[in-house]
Design a protein around this ligand. Structure first.
Ligand SMILES: [Zn+2]
Ligand SMILES: [Zn+2]
Ligand SMILES: [Zn+2]
Ligand SMILES: [Zn+2]
Ligand SMILES: [Zn+2]
Length: 231
């Protein structure tokens, strides 16, 4: 007799009897979970249970759940041939009610369940209450209004279903740059206009001073001499 612990699925409890296409023999049932033995092991009194079921049981009690005799030691014997026999039995997909009509041996059950398109899954987006068949998940995610993601260009914008189509870092930068350039051009134009006004004004003043000088018969001179004369 050998003690084996590895190599079996780690789910607690046996296989659901209802999944089997042919009702399984009574001897294939676990008397703890009432399912079909998953990873069957034998204890010292020769009774057989799912490995997980008996390990859970022995944590609390030290007698066999069938015959109540004391369990000597922790020796669990893995029933290889029984395991193989169960693994060959045919089962329906556990998502049959969602539309999967596949049938396969028990040994392929876990592999199929983790990829079955008819498995009902929660939407991957936080806050979305939707439950979607795996096969429809991509289509749902494309239109899920709970979609959220930081812009992957690193601009720090939290993109949502509502703003992701408008968001474009490059365009936003370009628009910002163009807006600044327009502003600068407007400022330069305003400054040019002002300097032209000042030039015009100073030319006007110069003309008026000349006119005054001519009237008073004063030689063209600077403001000081004008002031001296008038004072
Ligand atoms: Zn069990
Ligand atoms: Zn027993
Ligand atoms: Zn399926
Ligand atoms: Zn969703
Ligand atoms: Zn961005």
């Amino acid at each position: 007799m050998t003690t084996r612990t590895g190599g079996c699925p780690t789910r607690i409890g046996g296989y659901d009897v209802d999944l089997f296409t042919v009702a399984p023999d009574h001897e294939l049932l676990c008397s703890i979970c009432h399912g079909v033995l998953r990873c069957p092991v034998m204890i010292s009194c020769n009774h057989i249970f799912c490995k997980k079921c008996i390990l859970q049981w022995l944590k609390r009690q030290h007698t066999c759940p069938c015959c109540r005799t004391e369990v000597r030691g922790r020796l669990l014997v893995l029933m290889h041939r029984l395991n193989k026999r169960i693994n060959r039995l045919e089962v329906k997909c556990q998502y049959e009610q969602h539309g999967c009509s596949l049938k396969f041996p028990v040994s392929r059950m876990d592999e199929h369940s983790s990829s079955c398109g008819f498995a009902l899954l929660k939407c991957l987006n936080e806050g979305c209450p939707a439950e979607i068949l795996r096969k429809d998940m991509d289509a749902h995610l494309a239109t899920c209004q709970h979609w959220k993601q930081l812009c992957h260009f690193g601009c720090g914008t939290l993109l949502t279903f509502w703003n992701r189509d408008q968001h474009n870092c490059y365009l936003e930068l370009k628009e910002e740059w163009e807006r600044k350039a327009r502003e600068t051009r407007r400022m330069v134009a305003r400054l040019k206009q002002k300097s032209r006004k000042i030039q015009n004004l100073s030319a006007q003043i110069r003309r008026q001073i000349l006119l005054i000088c001519e009237t008073l018969d004063i030689p063209e001179s600077n403001e000081t001499s004008v002031h001296e004369v008038s004072g």
